[in-house]
Ligand binder design. Sequence first.
Ligand SMILES: Cc1cc2nc3c(=O)[nH]c(=O)nc-3n(C[C@H](O)[C@H](O)[C@H](O)COP(=O)(O)OP(=O)(O)OC[C@H]3O[C@@H](n4cnc5c(N)ncnc54)[C@H](O)[C@@H]3O)c2cc1C
Length: 458
Amino acid sequence: MSEGVDATTSVVEYLTELRRSLAGAVLAPADPGYESARRCFNALIDQRPAVIVRCLGADDVGTAFDFARVHALPVAVRGGGHNPAGHCVCEGGLVIDLSLMRKVEVDGDARVARAEGGATWLDFDTATQAFGLVTPGGVVGSTGVAGLTLGGGIGHLTAQHGLTCDNLTGAQIVTPDGTVVRANGDENPELLWGLRGGGGNFGVATRLEFRLHPVERVVGGRLTFAGGGVLEALRVYRDVVARAPRDLSCEAVLSVNESLTPELLVAPCYTGADGDPTELRALRSLTGLVEDGVRAHSFLAQQHVFNPAYGVDRNYWKGHFVRELPDELLDALLQRMVELGRPPGQILIESLHGAPKDTDPATAAVGFHDAAFNISAMASWLDPALDDRLIEWARATAAAIEPWSVSGGGYVNYMQADEPIERVRTAFGDRSFERLQALKTRYDPKNVLRRNQNIPPR
Ligand SMILES: Cc1cc2nc3c(=O)[nH]c(=O)nc-3n(C[C@H](O)[C@H](O)[C@H](O)COP(=O)(O)OP(=O)(O)OC[C@H]3O[C@@H](n4cnc5c(N)ncnc54)[C@H](O)[C@@H]3O)c2cc1C
């Protein structure tokens, strides 16, 4: 049987049997809930799977893989549904949907959390904050813990505690042949290395284990700069993070507001003892500041600084890790925003100072510990008639950043589905990519898991 839509008709006849063999649920195109279950964060992706399997555990994942194999269906894996490439869904295939598997267990004394494969950051942070603990995760609560971690993980606590994947201490995965494999420092350490950045290439993670750190209250929120003050604020932002201590993480978002004026949002997250951090005074005293929303608040409140709507905008993202942020590049970024000339859409600047630099890069597959910043052009829009123009804007903006790129590869978590394999390879570097290919050959030799930033088997 060929892959895709043609398979749908015959598959439907077998769904009763599949339903009986699962603890979880099955959604077919005619079922209530199917339409919302197939929706991605990125409204540009509109695909109709033949069947969505809502798993309740590792056994269900194995059953779903069996069904896909028997019916020659392509497979997609859904965690939080946020991947901008829309890899959580596939046309005419089978989706292994983990959205019912969201339990997070915390051992406060051992400072360890165990999350099921479909947990979101809101699930995770809520559970760990009950113990005054965190792991550095993503900045939007509805994003999936597994998807984000397996691709790296940059957020409000990166300077303090490193990339999310650097805090991953163990995992349980189900490989496409149904085998349950554990990875930790003692068992399959090479797989653990690969899971720290290599994405969902090797199996479906049904459990992930993280190291936790004490953090409850932070000084955070947003600083908004507009108009003529934006360029100066960008320069000061760069200088502040360049000399920032490890207790200050800071992201910046360049955009154009409703009055078509350039705007810069700076989102600091400070965990030190100072109630009015010296490092932030340079930014808070600038004349271009139009709104100062920085205050002491809970870490959970910090996790609501960014709250984009799910499944509304069409999105196309492209960017680079850069080694520096010179004035020339800042000028170019501002110029690209003026060129865009309309909201929404933004350029995200994530600083990678602090703890990522203390991590031994040999412990993880991700290839960007050494970068200074991750800069991403994020086009977003509503009207399909704008598709070509805005995709082209994101591509041209990434091209303007490229001369400062560390390697030419970008962040796999932000990549679209049209990125060529060379760019995925470059994101890891040749040596790590070959190690990842060896893992792929071992755990998924038939490349069943290819709806991702794919690492093909050898
Ligand atoms: C609004 C928004 C905010 C974001 N914020 C951040 C951020 O702050 N920091 C950051 O680093 N990234 C961020 N990202 C990017 C995000 O990390 C990636 O898009 C990630 O892939 C999303 O994971 P997900 O589970 O939500 O997505 P999904 O689309 O459900 O999954 C994406 C892919 O991850 C893999 N996957 C997911 N779950 C599993 C699993 N249990 N086992 C095996 N493979 C799995 C699969 O290959 C799947 O196709 C953001 C994205 C969006 C849209």
